[in-house]
Design a protein around this ligand. Structure first.
Ligand code: BG6
Length: 512
């Protein structure tokens, strides 16, 4: 097993500190979080901000205003956040929270109350004067989507969405971004009525993961992969996002979305576009997103009979998991007995373009799989002629391990030492932890920083979201028409047998 070591380390110089330090610095600003009493703020947003502070990436003038309905105070808000950073933050970030404690304040208002936005405006002006935040604002919609329209309208009405050459106003929108094409388009229209597209940052937290960004680095910063990256050499691509957790207390939410809306429409399709896109003309937000959209546009809308053939959905049933008995999906809180919502989905996508016309992409995601693992497996074709009869090798495979155990591995055949010409599969393995060490920042750190910098590369553009819904809508429509209910799979297994059949041509899903 070979481990990759950064060149600088090999030479003994090891400027890793500098290497990991960013040259990007954000301008002062205020982050206004709508729905700040929810879980996301204490679990992700504020711990991530403190991670940025730890890395010296938070601007000197910085403040957070939590906007929500509950009768909290600055004091109680700060207490909840402090606990959140303690529990969910990176090591030593609690002291950063203490340093910034005064920068956090709470603004109680109903999302539909115009007066609440007028007083928010006054508060922001005061913060600008006191903390040097220079009129720059980022509004974060972390509420249930039903509140978005009220918030957007009120922000525009209060003049809070306006920006000029001296100050910016931006909006970050959390998922789910619509529940089908028509609701996503309506939401895009609503967002774009209040904000220009350049001001809008739609979060898909998978794009903030280092290993997901590394897909582009691997492809476009190296000379050896790209010549092979097409239908001539790649047999198929498997993208797996497996989770070991069940739906837990989120049964009611999940029942309305299923894994196709919750995971495939966004995270898996985003990863797929990065794997499949053409090299962009430049690494700018629009050049990258133009190429991603082209991939989505090249995927045909599914016909109902194609849905039967090229997709599989299933629900987990009760089983034993890690030595404990666990519920089946239908026994989870908030899930009706007659539920047909899928907790497992696998789909075969065909990209109709020159690069990929004969290479299927298989996407699969599920809850209650044996382990939590996200990976992209690029499986290459076998050599045109096998000289080693009886060779037991598998096809070459490049494995991008997104999480956990982040890294990249290449599987190839090697001669087994000895007098016979026997071939066996071996692996070259690059591990992030070994090569770069250190703690990996949470995806939200990168995304919050990029929003502060106004860099939309790692955010979904309106047309990307809509194209992904077009495809997913056609799958859901096929499922609705189908007389076959979702198959079952026992919790803690790799999904139904039908999932294996989907691949065809002797291919099998990886069992990571
Ligand atoms: C969220 C989904 O977007 O992603 C969850 O709503 C899922 O259902 C989560 O568990 C997975 O994210 P990660 O980063 O843990 O892979």
């Amino acid at each position: 097993m070979a481990h990759c070591i950064p060149m600088a380390k090999q030479s003994g110089l090891d400027p890793l500190g500098d290497e990991l330090r960013s040259a990007r610095s954000a301008k002062p600003c205020v982050l206004i979080i709508f729905g700040a009493t929810g879980d996301l703020t204490k679990r992700k947003l504020v711990p991530s901000l403190m991670g940025l502070s730890k890395d010296g990436l938070l601007p000197a003038g910085f403040a957070v205003v939590g906007f929500a309905r509950r009768p909290w105070t600055d004091k109680s808000f700060r207490e909840v956040l402090s606990e959140g950073v303690e529990t969910f933050g990176r090591s030593d970030t609690s002291e950063h929270f203490e340093q910034h404690r005064d920068a956090f304040s709470y603004h109680q208002s109903d999302f539909s109350d115009e007066a609440g936005y007028a007083s928010l405006r006054e508060k922001l002006d005061q913060i600008d004067a006191a903390r040097g935040t220079a009129g720059n604002r980022i509004f974060y919609l972390a509420t249930p989507p039903s509140a978005y329209s009220n918030i957007l309208e009120n922000l525009a009405r209060a003049g809070l969405s306006e920006e000029d050459n001296n100050r910016f106003a931006r909006v970050i929108v959390e998922k789910p971004f619509g529940r089908d094409l028509s609701t996503a388009t309506a939401l895009n229209n609503q967002v774009n009525k209040a904000f220009h597209e350049r001001q809008v940052f739609r979060i898909d937290h998978y794009l903030g993961k280092e290993t997901v960004q590394n897909i582009l680095a691997l492809r476009f910063a190296n000379g050896i992969f790209e010549p092979l990256w097409n239908e001539k050499f790649v047999d198929h691509v498997q993208i797996t996002v497996a989770e070991s957790i069940g739906v837990g207390s989120r049964g009611a939410y999940f029942e309305e979305s299923g894994v196709i809306r919750d995971m495939i429409q966004n995270h898996l399709m985003q990863v797929m576009t990065l794997v499949a896109m053409e090299p962009p003309a430049a690494m700018t937000a629009d050049a990258v997103r133009d190429e991603k959209v082209k991939v989505l546009k090249a995927i045909r809308t599914f016909e109902p009979e194609q849905v039967e053939r090229d997709t599989v959905r299933a629900q987990y049933t009760g089983g034993s998991f890690g030595g404990e008995d666990v519920n089946g999906y239908k026994q989870e809180e908030g899930v009706p007995q007659e539920s047909v919502t899928e907790t497992y989905a696998a789909v075969k996508l065909q990209i109709d373009n020159w690069r990929w016309s004969r290479t299927p992409f298989f996407l699969r995601s599920a809850k209650r799989m044996p382990r939590r693992v996200t990976e992209v497996a690029i499986q290459f074709k076998q050599p045109p002629h096998m000289l080693y009869g009886g060779a037991t090798t598998q096809p070459n495979m490049l494995l991008l391990r997104i999480q956990p155990d982040e890294g990249v591995a290449l599987r190839f055949g090697a001669k087994v030492p000895g007098p016979d010409m026997r071939i066996r599969d071996v692996r070259m393995d690059f591990r992030y932890g070994t090569a770069f060490g250190g703690e990996t920042a949470d995806a939200y750190e990168r995304l919050l920083l990029d929003a502060m910098l106004g860099d939309g590369t790692l955010f979904a553009r309106a047309d990307e979201v809509e194209e992904a819904w077009r495809i997913v809508d056609s799958i859901i429509a096929g499922w609705k028409q189908s007389s076959n209910p979702p198959a079952g799979y026992v919790a803690g297994t790799w999904g139904p047998k039908l999932g294996e059949d989907l691949l065809g041509d002797g291919r099998t899903w990886r069992r990571p």
